[in-house]
Write a protein that binds this ligand. Structure first.
Ligand code: FAD
Ligand code: NAD
Length: 479
């Protein structure tokens, strides 16, 4: 008879593998089902994040950034680095090694924590049963007191630009180019479009980004978004807003994209095209007919704010449920549900989930924009500080960008923090912690920051909320 578990998790991405490890740490007999196959046909853990997402993209972003620094910025520092060249194949090989080490590491963590890894495809067949079809096609049904679905997401495809081997690709294909395409088209100026567009722009491609919306990065405070757009343009990215793609043709190994914008019908020709217009939940077939778990019309599993589905013993987390599609959000939900299943009280604060776009400079934010707050009728006061006025930014040759703090005008409570600048992704943790602790802008302003650091810009932005920034002419009056 098949083993019985306290918990079976379906999917070993950052949602599922974290849930499984936490549950095992809390004493639950836990199994995790995964079906992702590597190039050798072996099951690997880590999901989108480790295999084709966060990690490989950051390996390429870092390497390509260092190349541009050496080529273009070192001379500013008095370093002569002539003959800097790039070896894309080596860069790709380094990325693959990192992926291999990290995905292999999850198997090690499972062993160390006593999580049973089940290789195959999982399906919820009742509130307390998961059917696992192994790689040879044999199905086994396992009993479990609780089930967590962490099936993740896959790229959205759009009819005008069907995937075409080697020419029209999604983010996964764009992580595998063996040389920089001369003319690279990118559909979607979202997170993936800007990150992978940056990688290939730095490695020599002429990058054109076609974005359907008129507003650039609408989820980011508009002052920060505007500055980001300007900086990316300066780096050579041709970002065309309000460009609605209507069709494409393949001619002589080139991709001709048709789109319409305010000037009318347009065409652009590329050597390769990346389609990154969002991701959709990967839930088809994960739940057997007759199990009363609701999915919405896009395939997201309906859950409450503690990730409970309509069946009390089944939870769903990560990209396959509502909320931002981010690895750390998936992991935090994994920890929350494992705690709940183990009998502890747990709740997530969805208002304090940070986001980072790993362009150069990075864009990072948490909480509301000034525009969000206004739309909700909340009176705000804000403080911003440019890195151009930061001593450390000057020393780092990184004076682009600014940090902005948005606070409630009546209570002074921090509602949001938005930053564009070097290491913004590291700095935003201050905003997250401040919001988690319900801090006021004054709390940050009264905090002692190490000097000289990039983070001092956050301190100055908090001081600027009351017009008291030290290293800047303040636009606000004295108290
Ligand atoms: P996934 O990581 O998608 O994992 C789901 C797993 O479930 C997969 O391994 C899948 O094979 C498995 N599975 C599905 N169905 C079954 C089944 N029936 N049986 C068995 N196994 C199953 N997020 C960030 O926070 N920071 C970043 O920098 C970042 N960069 C990204 C870059 C790119 C190019 C992409 C594509 C995404 C990036 N993301 C980033 C998003 C991040 O990867 C996802 O939000 C995260 O992986 C979601 O985790 P998850 O566990 O919900 O799903
Ligand atoms: P996205 O939602 O960030 O951006 C998609 C963009 O494509 C949007 O701006 C949208 O307006 C545009 N678009 C949609 N249809 C279009 C069309 N027909 N023509 C032109 N433009 C169109 O999605 P993404 O960039 O594909 O990323 C998917 C998910 O992966 C995101 O939710 C993101 O959270 C996650 N991700 C996160 C990171 C990170 O945290 N650094 C990195 C990569 C991906």
């Amino acid at each position: 008879m098949a083993d019985k578990f306290d918990l079976i998790v379906i999917g070993a991405g950052p949602g599922g593998y974290v849930a499984a490890i936490r549950a095992a740490q809390l004493g639950l007999k836990t199994a995790c089902v995964e079906k992702w196959l590597n190039k050798d046909g072996k099951v690997v853990h880590g999901g989108t994040c480790l295999n084709v997402g966060c990690i490989p993209s950051k390996a390429l972003l870092e390497a390509s950034h260092k190349y541009v620094e050496a080529k273009e910025d070192f001379s500013d520092l008095g370093i002569n680095a002539s003959d800097v060249s790039v070896d894309v194949k080596k860069m790709m090989a380094r990325k693959s090694t990192i992926v291999k080490n990290l995905t292999g590491g999850i198997a090690g963590l499972f062993k160390a924590n006593g999580v049973t890894a089940l290789d195959g495809t999982g399906k919820v067949v009742s509130g307390k049963q998961v059917e696992v079809t192994d790689l040879d096609g044999n199905a086994t049904t396992y009993d479990a007191d609780n089930i967590v679905i962490a099936a993740g997401s896959v790229p959205v495809e759009i009819p005008p630009t069907p995937m075409t081997e080697g020419l029209i690709v999604d983010s996964t294909g764009a992580l595998e180019f063996q040389e920089a395409p001369k003319r690279l088209g990118v559909i979607g100026a979202g997170v993936i479009g800007l990150e992978l567009g940056s990688v290939w722009n730095r490695l020599g491609s002429e990058v054109t980004v076609l974005e359907a919306m008129d507003d650039f990065l609408p989820m980011v405070d508009s002052a920060i978004a505007k500055e980001t757009q300007k900086l990316l343009k300066k780096q050579g990215m041709d970002i065309r807003m309000g460009a609605r793609v209507t069709g494409s043709d393949i001619k002589d190994n080139e991709v001709v994209v048709k789109y319409s914008d305010e000037k009318g019908d347009q065409e652009a020709t590329f050597d390769k095209l990346i389609v990154c217009v969002g991701r959709r939940p990967y839930t088809k077939g994960v739940i057997a007919d007759g199990v009363s778990i609701d999915l919405d019309e896009r395939g997201f599993i309906h859950v409450d704010d503690q990730c409970r589905t309509g069946v009390p013993t089944v939870y769903a987390i990560g990209d396959c449920v509502r909320g931002p599609m981010l690895a750390h959000k998936a992991s935090e939900e994994g920890i929350m549900v494992a705690d709940i299943i183990a009998g502890h009280k747990a709740q997530m604060n969805y208002d304090a989930i940070p986001s980072v776009i790993y362009t150069s400079p990075e864009v990072a934010w948490v909480g509301m924009t000034e525009q969000d707050a206004k739309a909700k009728g909340i009176k705000t006061k804000t403080g911003a500080f440019p890195f151009a006025a930061s001593g450390r930014a000057m020393a780092n040759n990184a004076t682009e960008g600014q940090a902005k703090v948005i606070a409630d005008a009546e209570t002074d409570r921090i509602l949001g923090m938005h930053i564009v600048g070097q290491h913004a992704g590291e700095m935003i943790a201050q905003g997250v912690i401040a919001m988690e602790f319900g801090s006021s802008a004054e709390d940050l302003a009264l905090t002692c920051y190490a000097h000289p650091t990039m983070s001092e810009a956050v301190h100055e932005a908090a001081l600027a909320v009351e017009g008291h920034a030290i290293h800047m002419a303040n636009r606000k009056k004295k108290r």
